[in-house]
Ligand binder design. Sequence first.
Ligand SMILES: Nc1nc2c(c(=O)[nH]1)N[C@H]1C(S)=C(S)[C@@H](COP(=O)(O)OP(=O)(O)OC[C@H]3O[C@@H](n4cnc5c(=O)[nH]c(N)nc54)[C@H](O)[C@@H]3O)O[C@H]1N2
Ligand SMILES: Nc1nc2c(c(=O)[nH]1)N[C@H]1C(S)=C(S)[C@@H](COP(=O)(O)OP(=O)(O)OC[C@H]3O[C@@H](n4cnc5c(=O)[nH]c(N)nc54)[C@H](O)[C@@H]3O)O[C@H]1N2
Ligand SMILES: [Mo]
Length: 819
Amino acid sequence: MKRTDRIAQPWGTRTPYPAGGQWPVRVDTHLEDGLDPGEVDRWVQTASILHSNGDALDIAVKDGRIAGVRGRAVDRVNRGRLGPKDLYGWQANSSPDRLTVPLIREGGKLVETDWDTAMDRVAGRTRELLAEQGASAIGFYTTGQLFAEEYYTLGILAHGGLGTNHVDGNTRLCTATAAAALKESFACDGQPGSYTDVDHADVIALYGHNMAETQTVLWARILDRLAGPNPPAIICVDPRATPVARAATVHLAPRPGTNVALMNGLLHEIIANDWVDHGYIEAHTVGFEDLVQQVKDYPPETVATICDVPADRIREAARLIGGAERLLSTVLQGFYQSNQATAAAVQVNNINIVRGMLGKPGCGILQMNGQPTAQNTREAGGDGDLPAFRNWSNDAHVQDLARVWNVDPMSIPHMSPPTHVMQMMRYAEEGSIRMLWVNGTNPAVSLPELGRVRSILSQERLFLVVQDIFLSETAQLADVVLPAATWGEKTGTFTNVDRTVHLSEKAVEPPGQARADLDIFLDYARRMDLKDKDGQPLVKWHDAESAFEAWKECTRGRPCDYTGLSYAKLRGGSGIQWPCNEDNPDGTERLYVDGKFWSAPDYCESYGRDLVTGAPMQAPEYKALNPEGRAIIRAAEYVPPHELPSEDFPFQLTTGRTLYQFHTRTKTGRALQLQAAAPEVWVEMSAADAGTYALAEGDLAEVTTPRGKVRAQVRVSGIRDGVLFLPFHYGYWDTPAGHEPDGAGRAANELTITDWDAASKQPLFKTAAARIRKVSGGEGPSKAPTNTASAPVSPIGWSTHGSPGSEADEDFSVTGGEA
Ligand SMILES: Nc1nc2c(c(=O)[nH]1)N[C@H]1C(S)=C(S)[C@@H](COP(=O)(O)OP(=O)(O)OC[C@H]3O[C@@H](n4cnc5c(=O)[nH]c(N)nc54)[C@H](O)[C@@H]3O)O[C@H]1N2
Ligand SMILES: Nc1nc2c(c(=O)[nH]1)N[C@H]1C(S)=C(S)[C@@H](COP(=O)(O)OP(=O)(O)OC[C@H]3O[C@@H](n4cnc5c(=O)[nH]c(N)nc54)[C@H](O)[C@@H]3O)O[C@H]1N2
Ligand SMILES: [Mo]
């Protein structure tokens, strides 16, 4: 047993292990001050809610309150470990400013009301709009932070009940490209790999993925491999000196927005040196010749000029990848939110495909998710796709869904792709979407170009419903605010990046009158009197477990088959990876083990899209391309970002995360230890750029793009020259002043651009042109964390550490765990 300051040491103590070995157990516990584990009344099973890793944990309940957390030793994902956000973030649940009663807007102000009044107003407005305009007047914008049961219920009521095609999730901002890239290469969503690939890999390549800060426990697994015998080589592609970059064997720091050029350069080398598996390509793929032709134009010297990365370093990275025997590739926002998102992410798939590195231990692709239940949003249809990876452009799939729901197939919208959120915002701006129901997301801080977003959401003619646990920046603009119960206060399932399904059980009562999101949706379905084609209630379930049973039926025979799972089976042990069914009763560790893909034309989720225009491919085209259901190698040429640096805006601005904060901070900003570790926005720039612009550590600077201004203290960091970085966590709920007098804000999205990837429709948060100027000298260094990507390049006199309440126990004595 060891006490560790987990703010100062986010990854905790090393437990080294060798290639092919089993990751040792380390059980992390943090309880409220003075509480002894022996005094805990109950431990209640769940998994982490503040990222996509799916770390399993138990909530400590004391006197009906959440009083701490402990990692679950038995779980395959984390083997007991927890990250800082999980150790401390739960405190937000009992924050005194939780929403506890519904609110409605009266005379311009939000006032308290009862559930009947609030829900009648929502249902009443829905009925009016259906009568006046039809379902196209109504949009739903959900999240990646509810449970599978809730998305499935939302999906049936929006698609099967009202019949609107305007359904999307904030997963559009998050993992739309993960889904799109998997659909392009394998014609179906679903991660091929498994976290255990970390145990076996000899090369791990992380593309635009700061895993050290955003999936701390998975990174701890890699650190433990690096500390053990025969460690893997690490390749990092990131313009900043992240902790991943510092641990890397080779770090490539390209100009933001040039990922496709870089990937084509790597593929050029892999193909030119014949580091490819011709047998695999021949037997299991289509499209290789196109790739060979395409990457001919990208020799390392050409790529070096586009990306500003030394040609020899590209060769070195390619040599490592080309020589790997077990290659694990991971991809996240540095690709997904950057220029040519899908095309870039697909090239990562191509590397593993042409090297034949799929379906074997250590050979995996993790097109990462970000949010805890982003996968479920996509699976259950919360993002507008049809549930269980049914193909909206395949009539047989629509009919099959209509059978499951017992509705007329024509009542399920499927004539065009589902409306993505940026398009929904456009429709609201133009006035054709007149009601928008936002749940579990805070678009007034997280969407690009906030000035525009605020003006859309605050229009009188838009009826805005916001279902949240706090009075967020978005909720402040709403016509009706519905107080939700959250993680720990309700039951449901969630699925992480590597398809592991966890049960999350209710531990405590929600505050005041707050209700589980599922109960809110069920109440709405009842009030709307939604019926199936026999006049029976459309939604035939009444609680989380009955919703899960219905969802299971919907997945039967589909790739994400849940039929072998049940709440009982998920209770007590480890999470289980789908597909889990009669054939795979214990779940499935890796997909595509036999080189067979879910890409047969009559089974696949998608016929693919044109990577440049985004236009969906038609069935005949797809059938001609891929009649036998193989993996699809899709080549892409590099196209520069739309907004490039200019004389007026000489920098590239990129945005992202820091280890201690989650998104718009509604939870982590209310957890003392986390908020203290990263209390205020900062802007990162290189030492050379700081010199040129006469800026120093701690100076107050103003960053400007054509959309707006943000003020932040300068952190001189290891970021590449020519690039500025802003964390996007800092909105306005905890700044009484809000905007600065002269119109500058502190939310990074004041500056970002309304633009998105053509194929995935994911907004571009990572490439914009900007300028920076000094406002005033600082009164000391910026408060940015020092042990993360924002580490200062020269000493600033202090380092990030916790206060007395931020120690956690690490227990190394637990043996066993999952076999
Ligand atoms: N601590 C913490 N953890 C989280 C979250 C959080 O808010 N806080 N959120 C969760 C969610 S929802 C998500 S989606 C994930 C996101 O996890 P990540 O994707 O790891 O996080 P980001 O910081 O958004 O972006 C990753 C990196 O992309 C780099 N980058 C920027 N532009 C480019 C580019 O053009 N090319 C390349 N190659 N790299 C570029 C940035 O420098 C950054 O280090 O994290 C999850 N985990
Ligand atoms: N500039 C820039 N912008 C970005 C990104 C970036 O890297 N840069 N990243 C994008 C990404 S990847 C993501 S995922 C988004 C995240 O953006 P958001 O989804 O807007 O961020 P959150 O702060 O997680 O918002 C979740 C909201 O749901 C509420 N909530 C929490 N739990 C529950 C619950 O159980 N029920 C209900 N009803 N509400 C709940 C929270 O209080 C909060 O208001 O931001 C995107 N925006
Ligand atoms: Mo995300």
